[in-house]
Design a protein around this ligand. Structure first.
Ligand code: NAI
Length: 332
């Protein structure tokens, strides 16, 4: 058995972390033979709650968990880490504008970027879940210049999972028969969930989702808006935002990053844009990727029609605006 991996989960007293800690601790991400030290970070007022979560983690009796560190000190939390799930952020309160949320949260990610730069292993893999996830990931990376930009990412896997679940439900096939729904752009309501390249195994053979569903009006209309607005629908029903599904998606994202994407399957993740598909550079844009040996590669050469182009540009524009606003907040 190898040395324990040091895995940081921030927002550790919050609702996503409550599911995520268990999933990571039982081996869903780093595999059944990889021991772990789980490092939990939250803010000082949440220390008592976090103590309760630590008690429960201990009581889960997870053989892979070799150590637990619970702290409110970034210098302790980021020390020598191999992987970081940056979940902790200020939640959006009623009446709060997206801009107010952005201002509050980019400051957290500026500080955590600096802590990563100072303390983490240089090959650390960072997944930002806390919203606005793409822009937070960008800011984090900017304040951690000693760590390669490729090691930062933002979560759009929940959107991919939501899209694939919609398709599987409509076609009444098991979820793992649907693959390669792509999420382009921002994890926000401007994201573009794209089924143009997706396939489904139905009746024993692989077909394009477009042909299997054969309802362009739905695919270009309700399907897209359902995925875009799914987060709001969960909040309306549960009075709390998605947590179990967000934790599962974070695990899917990090597992694929560490262990690779299965042959023929793509994952969508917010990554540093190199300008592929004519997207603006210097934003964290969600692209389809394949991953091998811990390195992602953007899937290239997919045809982009006018409908897709307009949607991909719209979400890029939003990301550029968020970036400019965030940089102003950081530099103020
Ligand atoms: P929550 O409010 O239950 O928990 C957040 C935790 O973060 C709290 O315990 C809070 O004290 C902590 N926190 C705040 N500032 C911190 C800091 N500076 N350092 C460490 N911890 C800090 O929220 P929940 O439901 O767990 O969601 C967390 C974030 O994930 C939110 O920003 C939410 O919008 C986002 N999210 C993102 C999704 C995605 O697909 N990218 C999906 C669902 C949620």
């Amino acid at each position: 058995m190898s040395e324990p991996l040091r895995v940081l989960i921030t927002g550790a007293a919050g609702q996503i972390a409550y599911s995520l800690l268990y999933m990571v601790g039982k081996g869903d991400v780093f595999g059944p033979n990889q021991p772990l030290t789980l490092i939990m970070l939250d803010i000082p007022p949440m220390m008592a709650v976090m103590e309760g979560v630590v008690m429960e983690l201990n009581d889960c009796a997870l053989p892979l968990v070799r150590g637990i560190v619970a702290t409110a000190d970034e210098d302790v939390a980021f020390k020598d880490i191999d992987a970081a799930f940056l979940v902790g952020a200020m939640p959006r309160k009623e009446g709060m504008e997206r801009k107010d949320l952005l201002a509050a949260n980019v400051k957290i990610f500026k500080s955590q970027g600096k802590a990563l730069d100072k303390h983490a292993k240089k090959n650390v893999k960072v997944l930002v879940v806390g919203n606005p996830a793409n822009t937070n990931a960008l800011i984090c990376s900017k304040y951690a210049p000693s760590i390669p930009k490729e090691n930062f990412s933002a979560m759009t896997r929940l959107d991919q999972n939501r899209g694939q679940a919609q398709i599987a439900g409509r076609l009444k096939v098991p979820i793992d028969h649907v693959k390669n729904v792509v999420i382009w752009g921002n994890h926000s309501s401007t994201q573009f969930p794209d089924v143009t390249h997706a396939t489904v195994v139905i009746g024993g053979s692989e077909k394009k989702v477009y042909d299997a569903i054969n309802d362009e009006t739905w695919l270009k209309g309700d399907f897209i808006s359902t995925v875009q607005k799914r987060g709001a629908a969960v909040i309306a029903a549960r009075k709390l935002s998605s947590a179990m599904s967000a934790a599962k998606a974070a695990c899917d994202h990090m597992r694929d990053w560490f262990q690779g994407t299965p042959e023929g399957k793509w994952a969508s993740m917010g990554i540093y844009s190199d300008g592929s598909y004519g997207v603006a550079k210097d934003v964290m844009y969600s692209f389809p990727v394949t991953i091998q040996n811990g390195q992602w590669k953007i899937v290239q050469g997919l045809p982009v029609d006018d409908f897709a182009r307009a949607k991909m540009d719209l979400t890029a524009k939003e990301l550029c605006e968020e970036r400019d606003d965030a940089l102003k907040v950081c530099e103020a």
